[in-house]
Design a protein around this ligand. Structure first.
Ligand code: FE
Length: 226
């Protein structure tokens, strides 16, 4: 048997893997980024064959890896993790640097980046494993921790950071939503569930500018789960 919780005990980081060029750039959130050799320095990345990024990486033969900081804005996960570059240009409005090869590199919330040229492509079924040689690498922020996948999953489970609008100080005596009346709302963008009985506040009472703690979508993107 496979206990999938055991698989989550492997530690990972979270990265934006970008590819393409100035006119046609795209990026996606990946946890499968790992170094495979040191001389020369080569990294492997996994990319679903259905992803728009797979097309662009194949076409350009390039990719960059932006290493995200621990306190990465949820908007970044929404934009690069839950939406397709076939629907809109994910690079619009982002702070982008173009590498020596012309590959876009996302600088927002990044502590370092790698610029890589694809040297091998391995078919692993649902995904391509692209291997790239590092051409350039630079630190953008010293002394800032990278985000780990387990940290991200903790947020997904609903333990919001203190500065997030969803944070509820359970030690304060606030009027609780009666559990019999409590409702659940699901984010149409990323699937995050706002459970009134857990949050202690009705969804309707959240401020208008409240956003999904996972992907940054607005209240209007939520649908009540009946
Ligand atoms: Fe969301």
């Amino acid at each position: 048997m496979i206990d999938h919780e055991a698989l989550f005990k492997i530690s990972y980081g979270l990265y934006i893997v970008s590819s393409g060029d100035k006119e046609n750039g795209n990026g996606f959130i990946s946890n499968t980024v790992f170094q495979v050799t040191s001389k020369p320095a080569k990294f492997a990345i996994g990319c679903n064959k259905d992803n728009y990024s797979s097309e662009i990486i194949e076409k350009s033969g390039l990719f960059s890896v932006s290493i995200l900081q621990q306190e990465t804005d949820s908007e970044i996960f929404g934009r690069f993790g839950f939406k397709s570059g076939r629907d809109f240009n994910k690079m619009d409005g982002m702070d982008i640097k173009y590498g020596e090869t012309g590959v876009p590199i996302v600088l927002n919330n990044s502590i370092a980046y790698l610029e890589c040229k694809v040297t091998e492509k391995i078919d692993i079924g649902t995904h391509w494993l692209f291997i790239g040689e590092v051409l350039n690498a630079e630190i953008l922020q010293e002394d800032v921790d990278p985000i780990t996948y387990s940290y991200y999953r903790q947020i997904k489970k609903g333990t919001s950071p203190k500065n997030a609008p969803t944070y509820v100080d359970k030690t304060e005596s606030k009027p609780k939503v009666e559990s019999t009346d409590s409702k659940k709302y699901e984010c149409d963008v990323c699937g995050y569930v706002y459970d009134e009985s857990e949050e202690g506040m009705s969804f309707e009472d959240l401020p208008d500018d409240w956003t999904c703690p996972l992907c940054g979508a607005g209240k209007e993107e939520f649908t009540e789960i009946k």
